[in-house]
Ligand binder design. Structure first.
Ligand code: BTN
Length: 339
């Protein structure tokens, strides 16, 4: 049986800003008009706001500012996505939660979102600051029937498709920084942590986790964090509908994953990366076997490895790790004549 709230919310979303007649909702649901009214009263308790006008019906005026499972599901139905989603107010880490759900026998694909994480995990053993003030913490679990070597570009590809979504639908100039940071106004706005379990040469499962700073007020962040990170709403008020964005994100990740597995992504990946590459042409440094190396970033190769042009014009490729933007001092050393 379909969930009544999802049916009501989907009808209201689809007709927004127009009204939906109470009669129509009642008929669709097979309940009385008083029954519809009672459901709307319950939704009001979750911070939905509706306008009710005699002879016209109801319309949705405001959505909750926190993640609401039924609202995300209503958006997903609207976007014709069949993926189910689990929303928790708080977890230690959505990646760990997805892992736990897989171990408990849940089927894939699986999506888990949380409003807050108490032990959010970043790459290279770092902590991911995860306050409950309007951000998205999401993990997707898949069982790709591909050998690990064929998964080399999956994080880059899905990350680039998310950056594309934010540019196309929200007109936000988000760029992707190799290997998997999303950058807005020169600061990190999202981080991605992909974790895979490998058996010999087969992939058992893969968890793609993303933390996206959406409506978080950066003014309330610790100074050191605000210096290097940002949120979507810091770039452009007013705040974004977090539930709609969560649904679009889910739809984007699902379709990017399917394309990666069953389609041909080579040409689109190359064009997408060229258009969204944050590092292209910039001087960056990294550490290789304990040695600091600097060079000019020159996009990625067909395997998703970062190409670096060294001062002697030789080219090296990096298949993992991290790079930081070079300092003025290194910049001079590598590209004489540029400032
Ligand atoms: C990074 O840039 O270091 C990666 C950060 C990844 C954070 C996300 S938030 C959702 C998911 N759950 C986690 O514990 N981590 C990832």
């Amino acid at each position: 049986m379909r969930n009544t709230d999802i049916v009501i919310l989907k009808a209201l979303l689809e007709s927004r800003p127009a009204f939906v007649s109470g009669n129509l909702l009642a008929t669709e649901l097979g309940i009385s008009r008083v029954g519809v009214w009672a459901r709307l009263e319950k939704l009001r308790e979750q911070d939905f706001s509706f306008e009710a006008v005699r002879h016209r019906g109801y319309r949705l005026v405001e959505e909750p500012e926190v993640l609401v499972e039924d609202l995300i599901r209503a958006y997903l139905e609207m976007y014709q996505s069949s993926l189910d989603v689990l929303v928790k107010p708080q977890v230690e880490s959505t990646n760990s939660e997805a892992e736990r759900l897989l171990a408990a026998g849940n089927s894939v694909p699986l999506v888990v979102l949380a409003g807050q994480q108490t032990a959010g995990r970043g790459r290279l053993g770092r902590v991911w600051h995860s306050p409950g003030d309007g951000n998205i913490y999401a993990s997707f679990a898949f069982r790709p029937k591909l050998p690990p070597a064929r998964l080399q570009r999956i994080t880059l590809w899905i990350g680039a498709k998310i950056a594309e979504l934010l540019n196309r639908e929200y007109h936000l100039p988000v760029r992707i920084k190799w290997p998997n940071d999303l950058i807005l106004d020169g600061k990190k706005v999202a981080g991605i942590l992909t974790e895979a379990r490998i058996d010999a040469d087969a992939t058992r499962d893969l968890i793609f986790g993303i933390g996206l700073n959406v409506n978080s007020k950066t003014k309330r962040w610790p100074k050191e964090l605000a210096a290097v990170a940002t949120s979507l709403c810091a770039h452009r008020a007013p705040s974004i509908s977090i539930n709609q964005l969560a649904a679009r994100l889910i739809q984007t990740v699902q379709s990017a994953y399917n394309c990666y597995l069953f389609g041909q992504i080579d040409d689109e990946f190359r064009v997408l990366w060229e258009n969204l590459d944050f590092l292209k042409g910039q001087t960056v440094s990294t550490t290789i076997s304990g040695q600091s190396v600097s060079g000019i970033a020159d996009g990625v190769d067909k395997d998703g490895c970062l190409r670096l042009i060294l001062p002697d014009k030789s080219i090296i490729t990096l298949n993992s790790g991290e790079v930081s933007l070079g300092t003025a001092a290194t910049l001079k050393a590598i590209t004489p004549g540029q400032s």
